[in-house]
Design a binder for this molecule. Structure first.
Ligand code: NI
Length: 192
């Protein structure tokens, strides 16, 4: 395990669409281990692979309910709305008000290629939307708006549902889509 460099600001890897993971091998496991170590070391709640220069559809998150490793995530459903302050490890020292769905259902493969389904609310839902944006080369700064009059961050914290978080279960069709795919030509990962 190792802490990797987090790319920031105008690094080109933050603005490119990431490709799906096709092999659930040791290289993936090493990357996932490094990503969570990097995220915890930086005291972040989420980290997407493009932030460490790897243009693959992977993110890790831990909003206080334990670590989620999401490979090839797909948003299934969103509902509700929440506005709150957001930051990003790739834009240190900056924060901005972003409106996001309050509830998100998404599916992703875990590190051994099992399709999982997660239901998230509140901060976890915000984090999922933020991280999946990274996989499409989008950053939260594109979505920052003026907070409503009278908005304070403390108030937003107080109103957060204490039990809001992420629930995981195996997706109903787990396994159905997990047959091994052919190994793509190694092109070398972006390391900008
Ligand atoms: Ni970010």
């Amino acid at each position: 395990m190792a802490v990797r460099n987090i790319f920031t600001d105008d690094a080109s890897c933050l603005y490119k669409k990431a490709r799906p993971v096709e092999k659930f091998d040791k290289k993936l496991h090493d990357l996932l281990d490094d990503m969570s170590e990097t995220m915890y070391a930086a005291e972040g709640v989420g980290l997407a692979a493009p932030q460490v220069g790897i243009l693959r559809r992977i993110f890790v998150m831990d909003c206080g309910d334990g670590l989620i490793e999401a490979v090839n995530p797909e948003i299934i459903e969103t509902s509700g709305e929440q506005g709150g302050m957001e930051g990003c490890l790739s834009f240190p020292e900056r924060r901005g008000y972003v409106v996001r769905p309050n509830r998100v259902v998404f599916r992703a493969y875990n590190r051994i290629g099992e399709l999982m389904e997660y239901e998230c609310e509140g901060l976890s839902a915000r984090c999922v939307m933020h991280e999946t944006d990274h996989l499409d080369g989008h950053v939260y700064l594109e979505k920052v708006t003026e907070p409503p009059e009278g908005f304070t961050e403390e108030q937003a914290e107080d109103e957060r549902e204490p039990e809001a978080g992420a629930k995981a279960e195996a997706a109903p069709e787990a396994g159905a889509e997990s047959e091994p795919k052919s190994e793509p030509k190694s092109k070398g990962e972006a390391q900008e």
